[in-house]
Design a protein around this ligand. Structure first.
Ligand code: SAH
Ligand code: SF4
Ligand code: F3S
Length: 448
């Protein structure tokens, strides 16, 4: 059976798709290009209206293939699947499986039954109370052989109910994974040669603070993972400012392999807006975290998420967001226009911001960010660093091979080398030049 997976959304979705692909391969299925596949899986995102609409257009597009052969079918997973559920069956006759994130653990078996023609349609949409452990390969991992970077889920769901956000409805309540299961998977990955781990969850800082908790905090989990032999780079995402513990901040000064970067969604720079968003922190607290982080790790690279045009956002509120973005000096940020999501509290909040005003705010914010990004990358010129090589870059020069990788803070660095086979290696480089969104490095030593 040949399958093709299309993924939208966050890293959790990317990881879910990787897991699903491995689980299907373990059943003898084969990953294939769109033209060759007979089973299509779309892993969806519902965080704003735009990604949700993309799902329908993608299904419309895939319908052309699916009409070739009545045996072919599609499955829809992830956040839109949870939101729309069996509604997909009515709209798209070729959709035969819908599964949410709690249901994904059973998706491979369901796909197998459907492919054998045993069942017509399956919906895996129930939420569960505890983290559903997923099957792993015989070696205890879900990665491809030779992979040096891996994601590890530490929790699922979210309990925060920020006023604008659909995630608590699509991913259900927060469910922490058992610390032993996390550590075991991390160890197995390290044994397989993985050097960089990213711990994943919607709000990793509240790890263990739910019915799945065992008393182990996120800071403790982080220490245990950092101590695993062979793990040279450790990251985690996402962090909620209200829950980041002093011990986690301190860890940035204490754990050498904890990478000097943190994605810390700020959302807005005005306390009034933060309050309406139900974020449960104010800018004093946020800036306190930033200063504490920089004190223990002066080179830390901070990135963020921002929403413009939240209901009731005034010009003054927006000016404060600009001022705070400048004050913190985020190296980069994801910024979005507020989008009404079904069932969330902010749908009923008034007044809505005029879409044109929201658009012009977004533009101003992004222009400011581009300037700050440029300045902060420029400051890195001349610095020595290391690059974990991810592969060849598209641009090839002369006889030298052009490589692409990331520095410890996660910035993209391109460099050339006459050597082949550098993927997965950690190479010392000096930053020669800052580009708009990436860096150009020069190798600093033999034998690279
Ligand atoms: N758990 C993560 C965020 C997940 S959603 C966290 O709390 O940081 C990713 C980002 O999408 C959010 O940080 C927010 O900036 C944006 N977002 C979420 N809902 C949105 C909405 N209704 N409109 C616009 N942006 C939204
Ligand atoms: Fe959404 Fe807030 Fe949960 Fe993040 S913390 S997923 S923004 S509800
Ligand atoms: Fe999107 Fe769901 Fe992730 S809404 S951002 S895929 S949690």
């Amino acid at each position: 059976m040949k399958f093709h997976i299309v993924t939208f959304g966050c890293q959790m979705n990317v990881h879910d798709s990787q897991w699903l692909a491995r689980a299907l391969e373990a059943r003898g299925w084969e990953q294939a290009e769109e033209d060759e596949a007979s089973v299509f899986v779309i892993n969806t995102c519902s965080v704003r209206d735009k990604p949700e609409q993309k799902v329908y257009s993608e299904l419309g597009r895939l319908a052309r293939h699916l009409k070739r052969d009545p045996q072919m079918f599609a499955a829809v997973g992830g956040c839109v699947a949870q939101q729309i559920g069996k509604g997909f069956f009515n709209r798209f006759p070729f959709v035969r499986l819908v599964f949410g994130t709690d249901g994904i653990a059973n998706a491979p078996n369901a796909l197998e039954r459907l492919a054998e023609g045993a069942e017509e349609r399956v919906a895996l949409l129930d939420f569960v109370d505890l983290y559903p452990e997923r099957e792993l390969a015989a070696d205890g991992t879900v990665t491809m052989p030779g992979t040096r970077q891996a994601f590890v889920n530490i929790m699922q769901g979210c309990d925060n109910f920020c006023a604008y956000c659909i995630v608590p409805y699509t991913r259900g309540r927060q469910k922490s994974r058992k610390p032993d299961a996390v550590i075991e998977e991390c160890r197995a990955l390290a044994n397989k040669g993985v050097r960089e781990l990213t711990l994943l969850g919607q709000n990793v800082n509240s790890f263990g603070m739910d019915s799945g908790g065992t008393g182990v905090s996120f800071a403790e989990l982080l220490r245990e993972v950092a101590a695993i032999d062979g793990i040279e780079r450790l990251r985690f995402t996402t962090s909620h400012p209200k829950d980041i513990a002093d011990e986690v901040i301190a860890a940035f000064g204490e754990l050498d392999n904890l990478c000097p970067s943190l994605h810390l969604p700020m959302q807005a720079g005005s306390d009034a807006v933060l309050k309406k968003m139900r974020r449960k922190y104010d800018m004093k607290r946020y800036l306190g975290i930033v200063d504490a982080l920089r004190e223990v790790r002066p080179d830390i690279s901070l990135t963020t998420d921002l929403i413009v045009g939240f209901p009731g956002e005034t010009d003054e509120d927006f000016e404060q967001t600009l001022a705070m973005v400048k004050r913190v000096g985020f190296e980069s940020s994801f910024s979005f226009k507020y989008s009404d999501r079904p069932g969330t509290a902010s749908v009923n909040m008034e007044p809505k911001v005029d879409p044109e005003i929201a658009q012009s705010r977004l533009q101003r914010l992004q222009e400011l960010q581009n300037t700050i990004t440029k300045e902060s990358l420029k400051k890195l010129e001349g610095r020595e660093t290391t690059v974990l090589v991810e592969g060849k870059s598209r641009r090839q020069e002369d006889s030298a091979v052009s490589w692409r990788g990331r520095d410890p803070a996660g910035r993209v660095v391109n460099f050339t080398s006459r050597r082949d086979g550098l993927t997965g290696m950690i190479v010392p480089v000096r930053i020669a030049q800052a580009k708009k969104h990436s860096l150009v490095g020069e190798r600093t030593g033999e034998p690279w």
